[in-house]
Design a protein around this ligand. Sequence first.
Ligand SMILES: CC(C)(COP(=O)(O)OP(=O)(O)OC[C@H]1O[C@@H](n2cnc3c(N)ncnc32)[C@H](O)[C@@H]1OP(=O)(O)O)[C@@H](O)C(=O)NCCC(=O)NCCS
Length: 161
Amino acid sequence: MDHHHQALMPQLAPYVGDEDSWSVCRGLYETLLAKPDSVLLLAYDGPDLVGYGLAHVMDTADTWIPDTWKRGARVGEIESLAVRTASRGRGIGTALLDALHAALAANGVHDVILGVLAGNHAAQRLYERHGYRPTWLHLSRSSGTPSQARIGPGRRPGPAG
Ligand SMILES: CC(C)(COP(=O)(O)OP(=O)(O)OC[C@H]1O[C@@H](n2cnc3c(N)ncnc32)[C@H](O)[C@@H]1OP(=O)(O)O)[C@@H](O)C(=O)NCCC(=O)NCCS
């Protein structure tokens, strides 16, 4: 996934390498898979694993939601959704997401959140088709990324447009 993110938004470098990325993800996945209401779905094309989706359930009180929005007492989070490059554009991502929603709903969880890289427009289209709306935007300022902003001598702004 770090390769994917890096390819989509190289301007946010530096990125961690495979080893560090997997070490963090592995720890997270172990934690999430140990939770009672987590759902891991695997998509197969014949014998080939072509995609997966992972969701878990949180108390809404432990999220960024409750100081602003009215939602159910528990909320699902789509932690991960991925389809192998060669298998994309055939509805597998849609089927995985539908099945994650169904599994969460069967467990009484009807409100769902997720995070997606700002430059990942393909995923955002998929999520928006499933009713997700941009809600909370994280910004980052990295000491390792050269700033594009310059403050120069005052120039009177021209007419708007
Ligand atoms: C995002 C991702 C999971 C989507 O998976 P996918 O299997 O390609 O998803 P779908 O096939 O359901 O939908 C993708 C596109 O194919 C189209 N499509 C779906 N079924 C189709 C079919 N039978 N025939 C033609 N097109 C189809 C969809 O309309 C959609 O079109 P769009 O790109 O214009 O929005 C996949 O691109 C991926 O793994 N990306 C890398 C990981 C990632 O970014 N994950 C999400 C962030 S957590």
